[in-house]
Design a protein around this ligand. Structure first.
Ligand SMILES: [Zn+2]
Length: 94
């Protein structure tokens, strides 16, 4: 049963690592593998990792191109994009 104990301990690190990774916009499965293969280290890595949740987006009112909220000039049509109307912003699909 020693092997089972090791698997259990590894998963007890891997599962929270995966959950944190997913909460930060990453892949649950990827972080599950990292956290399981590198117990402790993987958990630390995901806690320290950059939050990868996407920036909010909006639509250019002139050419309808989807651009990030921080973009001030539309890269397609060159239109100045000022503070957006809240109805024009949306979060990208996760
Ligand atoms: Zn545009």
């Amino acid at each position: 049963m020693g092997g089972m104990a090791i698997v259990f301990i590894a998963l007890s690190f891997g599962i929270p690592t995966g959950l944190i990774g997913r909460a930060k916009g990453g892949s649950f499965l990827l972080w599950l593998v990292i956290g399981t293969c590198l117990p402790g280290f993987g958990l630390l890595a995901v806690i320290l990792s950059r939050n990868e949740i996407n920036e909010p987006e909006r639509q250019c009112p002139n050419c309808n191109k989807i651009v990030k909220l921080y973009v001030q000039v539309c890269p397609r049509c060159g239109m100045d994009l000022y503070l957006p109307d809240p109805s024009e912003t949306r979060m990208p699909p996760q």
